[in-house]
Structure formats: structure tokens, C-alpha cells
Design a protein around this ligand. Structure first.
Ligand SMILES: Nc1ncnc2c1ncn2[C@@H]1O[C@H](COP(=O)(O)OP(=O)(O)O)[C@@H](O)[C@H]1O
Ligand SMILES: [Mg+2]
Length: 216
């Protein structure tokens, strides 16, 4: 029998493609959460713990040997298991807000929609290995080429996943949008093509509304 997936109100994730503005959006989220006065934990995936960051280096590094999709998937979930058990759950248990730059939705988008791995395998891993979902997920949705243009300046050496072709990233984008459409209560889709100020205002507004709804 599979375990239920717990959704936690103080757990917020940021999702979207390369260059969509996830990392830039964290400041706007933090600004809202600071009003509550509580502890805020900022973290990211893949990674978030020392061991999981080592897996990140393996996942994003380039190797002579091809990393097969199934191994990529399991390494992502191995890193996530460390992250959930050693960082996210303890933080939530002591009452902190947790913001994660990417979480399980990225696996559905990249390893599921992008690599074409079986969704039922992902669901099994999410239920049995992760067991936790954010209360709120902000999807920064952006045209693939626009995202690539933005990261071109940032990444002199694109990592292993960033080096994929545009059709891969089109499938990833569609994968994210399908998940958002399937779970409208959890997702807020933000138009990431706007100016940084407008994106920050939308992100901040979504988080403020989320906090107010939780207090009511
Ligand atoms: N709304 C925006 N308009 C234009 N450029 C942006 C916007 N948001 C972020 N950027 C720039 O695009 C690049 C990628 O942003 P980043 O936040 O690192 O994206 P991600 O974390 O989603 O890959 C950065 O150089 C950032 O300054
Ligand atoms: Mg980033």
C-alpha cells in the first residue's frame, strides 16, 4: 500500500525552466514571509544538504559516460530524500517557512515530460520516497528561447541539462503547465516574460494572499 502525500502550508516551491527567474523571485517571497516574523529557510534542488549537493554536482556535471535517464531520475530522488528528511521536514517541524528553488514538480517536468520516463514510476517515488508536497507552488512560465537568451549571459559553460536541445525544454515547459492545470489549488502560474519588477510584484502578491488565507 502506498502512503499518502502530505501537503504543508509553510512549504513553498518555485518551478520553471532555465532562466525563468526562479532564483531572482526568492527575494520577493522572502520579503513577504519576513512580515510573519518567523524563521525562513531558503533551499534548492537538486541539493540542499551536503550529500545532496554532491549528487547535484554529479547530475549537472558532464561525464564521458552517458548518464542514463533512469539513473538521473533515481539520483534526483536520492538527493530529494536526503533533502526532505534532513532539512525540509525538521525545518517545518520547528515552525519555519521553507522556500525551495525547484522540488518534485521539476522531476515530473524534466525526467517525466522531458526524458519520457513513466509517470507511474515518478508517482511511486513521490509517494514512497518524498511523501511531502508544497502548499504553494509558483510556476514561472516563460518562452524557451527567451529563457535561453537570459541564461546565455550567466552560463559561460552550460551544465549537462542546460545543454539539452530546445525540443527537450519545450516538453519540460508543457510538463510544468500540465501539472499546474491539474492542481490549480496548489499552483500559481506567473507570466515570467514581464519585467523583473512586475514578476516580483506578482510573486509577492501570490505569497501575501497565501499567508492571509492561512491566517483567516
Ligand atoms: N523578468 C526578467 N526579465 C529579464 N531578465 C530577467 C528577469 N528575471 C530574471 N532575469 C535575468 O535572467 C537571468 C536568469 O534569472 P534566474 O533568476 O537566475 O533564473 P532561474 O533561476 O529560473 O534560472 C538572470 O541573469 C536574471 O538577472
Ligand atoms: Mg536559478
Amino acid at each position: 500500500m502506498s502512503r499518502a502525500i502530505l501537503q504543508h502550508r509553510r512549504f513553498i516551491s518555485l518551478e520553471g525552466g532555465e532562466g525563468a527567474g526562479k532564483t531572482s523571485a526568492i527575494a520577493a517571497i522572502r520579503e513577504q514571509l519576513q512580515r510573519s516574523g518567523g524563521e525562513i529557510v531558503l533551499t534548492r534542488e537538486p541539493g540542499g544538504t551536503p550529500l545532496a549537493e554532491q549528487l547535484r554536482a554529479l547530475l549537472l556535471g558532464k561525464h564521458e559516460e552517458i548518464l542514463v535517464p533512469e539513473a538521473e531520475l533515481l539520483m534526483m530522488f536520492a538527493a530529494r530524500a536526503q533533502h526532505v528528511r534532513n532539512v525540509i521536514q525538521p525545518a517545518l517541524q520547528r515552525g519555519a517557512w521553507v522556500i525551495s528553488d525547484r522540488f518534485t514538480d521539476s522531476s515530473y517536468a524534466y525526467q517525466g515530460a522531458g526524458r519520457g520516463l513513466d509517470l507511474s514510476l515518478l508517482e511511486t517515488l513521490e509517494q514512497n520516497v518524498v511523501g511531502l508536497r508544497p502548499g504553494l507552488t509558483l510556476l514561472l512560465d516563460l518562452d524557451v528561447r527567451e529563457g535561453r537568451a537570459r541564461t546565455a549571459g550567466r552560463d559561460l559553460w552550460p551544465d549537462r541539462i542546460e545543454s539539452e536541445r530546445d525540443d527537450f525544454f519545450e516538453r519540460v515547459r508543457e510538463g510544468f503547465r500540465r501539472r499546474a492545470a491539474a492542481e490549480p489549488e496548489r499552483f500559481r502560474v506567473i507570466d515570467a516574460a514581464q519585467t523583473p519588477q512586475a514578476v516580483a510584484a506578482d510573486v509577492g502578491g501570490a505569497v501575501r494572499a497565501w499567508m492571509e488565507a492561512a491566517e483567516a
